[in-house]
Write a protein that binds this ligand. Structure first.
Ligand code: 5GP
Length: 189
C-alpha cells in the first residue's frame, strides 16, 4: 500500500517539463517532495551533472538494471534509453511524495504498475510554440529536433489516458494547477 503520492509529469519533448518541475521544487519549502532521478544512456548536455539531472550510464550498465528488473519503467527511444529506478521510488514513497518526470509512454507504464499514481499530461499551447522551444533550446541537432517533433502527434494522441491535462502556457499558472491537483489527490477528492 502506497502511503504517499507518486506524481508523474509527462508530455512531449520541449513542452517545458524541466522548468515546471524546477518551479514545483522551488516552492516545496517543507521538503515534502522528492524528485526521481532517471537513468539514461544519452550523453550529458552542457551543465548536466551525474546524479542530478540523470544518472548517465553506458548501454551495458543500463541493460544490467533492466535484467535485474530494477526499473519501474524504461523506454528505449530517441538517441538513448531512459528508465525510472524502482528502489528509490518505492523507498522514498514511505516518507515523501515523489515526482517523476518521464515521457508519455513511461507515464502510462507507471500507471499500469501503480494505478494510484497521479499522471499529469503537460500540453504545449500550440505545435508552433513547441517547435520554437525545441529549436530555441539549441541543445539538439536538427535531425534530432525533427525526430522529437515527429513523435509529438503520437504522444498527444495518448492524452486521454492521463488523469489530468495542464496546458503549459505560463509556468507559474501551470505549477499552481499541479499543486491544486496534488492537494486534491491528497485529500482523496
Ligand atoms: P531529454 O533527453 O530531453 O532529457 O529527455 C527526453 C525524454 O525522455 C523526455 O520526454 C523525458 O521526459 C523523457 N524521460 C526522462 N526520464 C525518463 C524515464 O525515466 N523514463 C522515460 N520513459 N522517459 C524519460
Amino acid at each position: 500500500m502506497m502511503e504517499h503520492l507518486l506524481i508523474v509529469i509527462a508530455g512531449p519533448s520541449g513542452v517545458g517539463k524541466g522548468t515546471v518541475v524546477k518551479e514545483l521544487f522551488a516552492r516545496n519549502t517543507d521538503d515534502s517532495l522528492a524528485l526521481s532521478v532517471s537513468c539514461t544512456t544519452r550523453s550529458p548536455r552542457k551543465g548536466e551533472v551525474h546524479g542530478k539531472e540523470y544518472f548517465f550510464l553506458s548501454e551495458d550498465e543500463f541493460m544490467e538494471i533492466v535484467k535485474e528488473k530494477g526499473f519501474l519503467e524504461y523506454d528505449l527511444h530517441f538517441a538513448g534509453s531512459y528508465g525510472t529506478p524502482k528502489r528509490f521510488v518505492e523507498e522514498t514513497l514511505k516518507t515523501k511524495d515523489v515526482v517523476a518526470e518521464v515521457d508519455v509512454n513511461g507515464a502510462l507504464n507507471i500507471k499500469k504498475s501503480y494505478p494510484q499514481a497521479v499522471t499529469i499530461f503537460l500540453a504545449p499551447p500550440s505545435l508552433e510554440e513547441l517547435r520554437r522551444r525545441l529549436v530555441g533550446r539549441g541543445s539538439e541537432k536538427e535531425d534530432e529536433v525533427t525526430r522529437r517533433l515527429a513523435r509529438v502527434n503520437y504522444e498527444c494522441s495518448l492524452v486521454g489516458q492521463f488523469d489530468h491535462v495542464v496546458v503549459n502556457d505560463n509556468v507559474k499558472k501551470t505549477v499552481d494547477e499541479i499543486e491544486a491537483i496534488v492537494q486534491k489527490a491528497k485529500n482523496g477528492q
